[in-house]
Write a protein that binds this ligand. Sequence first.
Ligand code: DX5
Ligand code: ZN
Length: 220
Amino acid sequence: MVKISPSILSCDYAIMGEEFQNMKDCGADWLHIDVMDGHFVPNITLGAPIVKCMRPRSDLVFDVHLMISDPMKYIPDFIKAGADVITFHVESDSPVEETIDLIRSLGKTAALAVKPGTPVEAVFPYLEKLGMVLVMTVEPGFGGQSFMEDMMPKVKKLREEIVRRGLDVDIQVDGGVSMKTVETCAKNGANVLVAGSAIFGAPDRKQMISDLRAAAAKYF
Ligand code: DX5
Ligand code: ZN
């Protein structure tokens, strides 16, 4: 199933409550919350206290993308704060299997992300335990960057492996997803689409979410 997960990195943080409600009204499935620590990536965003404040404001799935060096240390805080799906990077300093087990033991969906320079095979040993894999289509850190088309073979290879093993694992793409790039993402096997600037910058956000969904749905 196709899911649209607007990245709140492009929202107006001064009115986050209204932005979250607006995304629900516009038909978003999930809310993609980008957490950056200024160490794993050269940018800082927000932490668990903000997620906790936002939780009562929205019943959408909180899709928390941890771009932090030591995700294991902070995952219990994010889950207590109301995260539903926790994505961390295979390139982080935390032990991958133990971190996945921690997320699962706390009853949430574990997802693993790969940066553009990391081969997608890095997630293969963990596929059975994952609800989703995130294939980054830009270098993590900032919104509004150009989509990296050359990540598509990774998405394709991953979808083939998931099908081969008979698993039900979502594939998420994040970075530069727009009406120009959504088709290639879906065609190659990505069914969870993160879009920040394309949605928050659209003159008609509802139309944009519906157009992105329709373009991807052709392949699922
Ligand atoms: C980048 C973040 C993305 C970002 C995407 O590090 O993980 O979620 O907000 O923004 P756009 O859709 O503008 O490329
Ligand atoms: Zn993200």
